[in-house]
Design a protein around this ligand. Sequence first.
Ligand code: FAD
Length: 281
Amino acid sequence: MESQRKHPRAFSFEFFPPKTPEGMEKLRATWKQLAQLKPRFFSCTYGAGGSTRDRTLETVLEIQSAGHRAAPHISCIGATRADLAATLELYRAEGVDHVVALRGDLPSGAASAGELRYANELVAFIREKTGGHFHVEVACYPEFHPQAKSPRDDLASFRRKLDAGADSAITQYFFNADAYFRFVDDCEAIGIAAAIVPGIMPIGNFSQLARFSDNCGADIPRWLRLKMQGFGDDTASIRSLGLDVVTELCDRLLSGGAPGLHFYTMNQAGLTSTIWQRLGI
Ligand code: FAD
């Protein structure tokens, strides 16, 4: 963990772009509440093929115009080089200087994978078109990406993104702290020293989380899954155990040397703020 202790601690909050004016209004209240915690930045996700480009940008600009740092995500799947260049130009013209660069996932039924196949190609493209303008974050996977041929291949993919010019990384969420510590050790062993900030998923709706975790390869420990399933519709018990488990996870990560935390807020302030208060950050 030596490589990670050298980085200043940074906390960030992720949103998705709302589809409706009501959703936007709710998100406005959420980011205003979370802004009081003074995160390093907020980020906003991006739909495959640029499907949310305008809403992602709108969300980022609104947060930015209130004086906070905000980073749009950008994904290359289903996109042409021309689309990506135009999006980057738009971000740059609006004064954005921080992006999260991803491959993305193709929605079922979508026709074309796009012109860039993997996120390392997107990072190289960003550097080719915009030089050092953007701070570029990439994704990495302590429990390994579900499509990776092997843990070793996945680590090599992560390294390719950093070699292509990415500055730092945010992990997929996980509930096993040891997976993160071992992943960082493996990264250090191949010379990776960039900040690897753990992605944290507060637990609100367990059945939704279980579905999502099965798709993205995040392991829910058996004891936790069974206890949560046993609560059925008792949302108060789910939230209470979720808060205990996730707070303890964050505490272990920070005391073990993690250089901050990135919260997948699901556009809600409540759980994230409670974890934050319990951690005494
Ligand atoms: P890559 O780094 O390209 O890796 C994808 C897979 O391909 C991995 O299995 C990797 O090992 C493998 N691979 C990489 N290079 C090669 C190669 N040369 N040859 C063979 N295999 C290779 N999705 C969205 O659509 N929008 C978002 O806004 C979004 N935000 C995210 C934010 C974070 C912090 C994280 C962790 C994920 C996010 N995702 C988002 C999900 C992400 O797009 C998916 O996990 C996607 O499947 C992989 O994206 P990636 O950038 O990690 O891809």
